[in-house]
Design a protein around this ligand. Structure first.
Ligand code: ADP
Ligand code: 5GP
Length: 221
């Protein structure tokens, strides 16, 4: 089973971090790639746990040295996946999970077409806005600008959803966790996998929940 590369993308505030951390506690053998970023730590984040926090000069040195499998500029900061993350997961006999933005995901899909891509989407723009507000209040960083930029960016990212193999609508967290677990186990060929549930998440299946979510974002444009 080792060696599958899972790419996960989602508009900021969709609940991707929440979902991924629950799935990792339920599914063994999933290594999470800790990205490098030039943004400041948020809330209770720690260097080396959520991200490796470095400055722009250090990041640019890593780019020049070919240290990144992919990198992108998101909301004015650099983010990148270290080449070393892939080798590390392989050596440990684990699958690797990349939480990266749409630009980075497109780079990996080109370089590694066998990667399994998953897009997590919020059920409606109203729910996304509420989650962004709740989170920024919890982190005492309420900024209308930040929320507005992230909502507009979400609309753009959704245009690329069809390029991902799977899409999960994160409405009820328990349902979304079951779906993600099902598709990870299905991709591994695990006999315990709920293959039928995973199939409903194929982007090409166009489930009613996915269609409804996409329509609600279209209507808000
Ligand atoms: P992301 O990693 O996609 O930016 P987070 O995991 O930080 O998003 O989630 C954003 C906010 O939404 C958090 O406050 C989180 O607790 C909440 N959240 C995540 N998933 C759900 C869900 N299914 N239902 C309700 N709230 C959720
Ligand atoms: P945040 O600042 O909210 O943690 O992340 C902002 C965006 O950057 C998210 O869409 C997240 O998936 C993306 N991101 C995090 N790490 C990487 C990375 O290594 N590469 C790329 N391309 N995007 C990343």
């Amino acid at each position: 089973m080792a060696g599958i590369l899972f790419i996960i993308s989602a508009p900021s505030g969709s609940g991707k971090s929440t979902l991924v951390s629950q799935v990792r506690s339920l599914v063994e053998g999933l290594e999470f790639s800790i990205s490098y970023t030039t943004r400041q730590p948020r809330g209770s984040e720690e260097d080396g746990r959520e991200y490796h926090f470095i400055n722009r000069a250090e990041f640019e040195r890593m780019i020049a040295a070919g240290g990144f499998l992919e990198w992108a500029e998101v909301f004015g900061n650099y983010y990148g996946t270290a080449v070393a993350a892939l080798a590390h997961a392989k050596a440990a006999g684990r699958d690797l999970l990349l939480d990266i933005d749409v630009q980075g995901a497109m780079q990996i899909m080109q370089k590694r077409p066998e990667a399994v891509s998953i897009f997590i989407m919020p059920p409606t723009p109203e729910v996304l806005e509420r989650r962004l507000r709740n989170r920024s209040e919890a982190e005492k960083m309420t900024s209308e600008d930040v929320i507005g930029v992230r909502l507009r960016e979400a609309q753009k990212e959704l245009d690329r959803l069809r390029e991902y193999r799977y899409a999960i609508v994160n409405d009820d967290l328990d349902v979304a966790v079951s779906e993600m677990k099902a598709l990870v186990l299905t991709e591994r060929g695990d006999p315990d996998a709920d293959v039928a549930l995973a199939a409903t998440c194929l982007t090409s299946a166009g489930s009613p929940r996915l269609v409804h979510a996409l329509e609600s974002f279209k209507a808000a444009q």
